[in-house]
Design a protein around this ligand. Sequence first.
Ligand code: GTP
Ligand code: MG
Length: 197
Amino acid sequence: MIIKDAKFLMSNTKVEACPAPNKPEYAFIGRSNVGKSSLINMLTEQKSLAKTSGQPGKTQLINHFLINNEWYLVDLPGYGYAKVSKSSREEWRRMINFYLQKRENLTCVFVLIDSRHEPLQVDLDFIDHLGTMGVPFVIVFTKVDKQSALKTDSTIAAYKRKLAETWDELPQMFRTSSEKSTGRDEVLGFIEQVNAQ
Ligand code: GTP
Ligand code: MG
């Protein structure tokens, strides 16, 4: 897919205030600092469309971007950041659950996972949660430039083993680097294919 146009539309906390649900929507979620905002910039080839930061917890709101006037990309706040208070975590959970359950045009969630880490319970729990809610999702292993392809293979294999304990069918998986634009064609190709269905 060629990205002809990518623009930021709005940030908000409420599903009712999101743009009209009249286009397919793809949301990026994952632990704080996993690279959600960077991946959006890499896919759209705009350096600072989505705000990124070395400090976890940068993205706090539901951020909508309109791509090619045809579909929405959504940057969501991350989970699993230890320094976040219990009440903020609860607020996050409520906002995200509401979004995932009520956003009628939500087509697919991209769960981002740092390719350097062994399976983390917080990610496995979130994936199970999506499954329980019946939300379609795929997994993206991020920051593959930070290590050898073999190490990434081993992380992915470990996740597959873990997921196979609860799931009959494994989700589609991608590997990306926002530094090197790895996986760009694959992710955009997937979205193009789903949009065409
Ligand atoms: P929150 O909004 O805080 O939840 O974080 P996020 O998931 O949006 O992460 P963000 O895109 O802000 O990136 C976090 C840090 O990781 C930044 O310092 C990025 O430069 C770095 N980063 C993101 N993706 C990559 C990647 O593919 N390769 C490398 N080397 N660094 C990356
Ligand atoms: Mg972010």
